[in-house]
Design a protein around this ligand. Sequence first.
Ligand SMILES: [Zn+2]
Length: 424
Amino acid sequence: MSETAALAVSGALLHGERVGLRCEGGRIAALGPGVEPRPGDETIDATGAPLVTPLLNGHTHAAMTLFRGSGGDLPLLPWLEERIWPVEKRLAGEDAYWGTRLACAEMIRSGTARFWDMYWFPEEVARAVGDAGLRATVGAPLFDLDGDAEGLRETARTSLERLESCGPLVRPSLTPHSIYTVSDESLRWVAELARERRVPVHIHLSETEREVEDCLSAHDLRPAHYLDRLGLLGERTVLAHGVWLDRSELELIAARGCTVVSNPVANMKLAVGGTFPYPAAREAGVAVGLGTDGAGSNDSLDLLADLKHFALAQKHAAGDATAIEAAEAWEIATGQRSPLLGEGEPLAVGAPADFLLLDPSAPELAIGELASNLVYAAPGAVVDTTVVAGRVLMRDGELPGLEEIVARAAERARGLGLSRFVAP
Ligand SMILES: [Zn+2]
């Protein structure tokens, strides 16, 4: 990636006020009324365009764009066992690269700047992230269902080493798949390695009711208590799903400072039968984020669309239209309700130069409050310009190289026997 020149935005709207913004060295150098471009700056005339924090996808398997449309409308376990795992055995590094490039293109187009990923060939995922210009926390899925604990350790160590040198946009993490695919002993080992290397842990937890029942019968503990006993709950832990967490688990998770990432659309599509108990999580003080999960089980990466589902599912499950407010939902989707995901105040001098400019002519944004419109009315297509680390990744809705990315990803999917164009 080439070194970015200073970038200046003029005429944008921030909280209804006309502002200018300058970025230098990938950070916001100036922001406010009267901030003007300097000679030599790359400039964006953003007259009338709302300037907002980009979205943060807290849980995905980006390269699973290759599996889109192949879900067969199955529940979680048959879907994994029949449709996903057999094909993943044949997967090559180039598949992971182009699947991730496609996911990154979709995320840039719908306003996501940063994502948390768990997938095979993490160094290829990282290369795709770097080439796309997004930010991601990346890890290799760790499994030892087959009893191969040594293989798991080898994967964890080598992936961390490779990911540590993947440039400033990529952060390494440890991503044990779940409590039902990794042994106690390996989970305890992962917790120790994460502490030693000071890297985040990202794991699926409490996605299905069966997972809770199995955990209770095997360990006499609910999933969060079980993970805590193994030393896996901490401030650098992301728990994806959390659909079946009870009050005692939410209190424990809050006390340990973990983040729960809700994936409402994947949960609904796989019909897990419950809704992440957000109002109880908020009351307990749990840090919360939003994710799409992989495109194999969603099938979209448009987090703005999922944000609407999240807010609606919460209101519906609570039987209470006041269960969540639009501004609060927006903060969850942009990582501002989790210190781990959000990492400080966005859109401020000194903060990373990550931002969106929304289409000033989008009809969905013309009337009413911006936060409400973003949650309930706007599709990802209202994103006009996406900037990450001071680099313009999409301008005026145009993403350079999109045609090639789509073609190469489709070719890889066909090679895996996944992309059959069958008329409905
Ligand atoms: Zn997942």
